[in-house]
Design a protein around this ligand. Structure first.
Ligand SMILES: C[S@@+](CC[C@H](N)C(=O)[O-])C[C@H]1O[C@@H](n2cnc3c(N)ncnc32)[C@H](O)[C@@H]1O
Length: 250
């Protein structure tokens, strides 16, 4: 497939790319890789919204609702876990948790946080696109802030890998930039500028177009910004989405 900067691409278009095409497109963009994220995590004292210990308000609300996600919760994956603030909350809420991030710095920080918390979280450093994940292995997959750093040509693979790793009936939770939170680049501009510009903002319609063909979207709303003393993280420039993979029929 020929990618041109002014083309408008759908998930299906990108889904048709070969692994070789994907790698050519990866190389055409400013690196989104682990060294870049390692540099980002170098200074833990900088005022970055997600450097705190608070879990996302949306994740906490979903897990507090046992009518939504029943007790006896099974296995969860925190995808792009950073310092593990959400992974620790998942573990405290009754999940057996795996958490991955391809930044060694993030995983080193996550290890310290997990040890201090007393929670049990299995931490792995590596690229979500490369790591072997159990097929239908997870009851819950959570991504806070990773998906909007995924290049458009990797989006279809991302969705396919999430679906493959989720059990039928399993939940997928997402926290991702709204248009005003991201770079404002369209997919076409990403390839014209060779950059995601710090993360892509999504409209509600774009998120629905990506996720509703494969998941039952249970909730899609603007994230709340909780009071500073709430013990929860939230920013109004983010969406939160909770979806459920259909159960097998028969
Ligand atoms: C905005 S940070 C969010 C970190 C964490 N989820 C949180 O909310 O505190 C995005 C994280 O995704 C990780 N990441 C981005 N692309 C990834 C990939 N392909 N595989 C694994 N981790 C990735 C980065 O290293 C970074 O830690």
């Amino acid at each position: 497939m020929l990618i041109t900067p002014d083309a408008s691409h759908s998930l299906q278009d990108f889904g048709a790319l070969s692994e070789a095409d994907l790698r050519v497109l990866d190389a055409s963009l400013q690196a989104q890789d682990s060294p870049r994220w390692d540099a980002f995590y170098q200074d833990r004292s900088k005022p970055c919204p997600f450097f705190g210990e608070q879990p996302d308000e949306s994740l906490a609300a979903w897990l507090a609702d046992e009518a939504l996600i029943p007790a006896g919760r099974g296995r969860a994956l925190d995808l792009g876990c950073g310092n593990a603030r959400n992974a620790i909350h998942l573990a405290r809420s009754g999940f057996h948790v795996d958490a991955l991030d391809y930044s060694a710095q993030a995983i080193a920080w996550a290890k310290e946080r997990v040890a201090a918390s007393g929670a049990e979280v299995g931490l792995r450093q590596g690229d979500f696109f490369e790591l072997a994940l159990p097929e239908a292995g997870y009851d819950f997959i959570y991504d806070s802030g990773c998906f909007h750093h995924i290049a458009p040509h990797r989006r279809a693979t991302y969705v396919a890998r999430v679906l493959r790793a989720l059990k039928p009936g399993g939940w997928f939770g997402l926290c991702a930039f709204r248009p005003e939170g991201g770079s404002g680049f369209s997919d076409a501009e990403v390839y014209a500028r060779h950059s995601l510009g710090g993360g892509l903002g999504y409209t509600e319609a774009q998120l629905r177009a990506i996720w509703s063909p494969v998941l039952q979207v249970l909730e899609l709303r603007q994230m709340h910004k909780p009071a500073a003393d709430s013990g929860r993280f939230g920013e109004a420039f983010l969406w939160v989405l909770l979806g459920r993979k259909p159960r097998l029929r028969g």
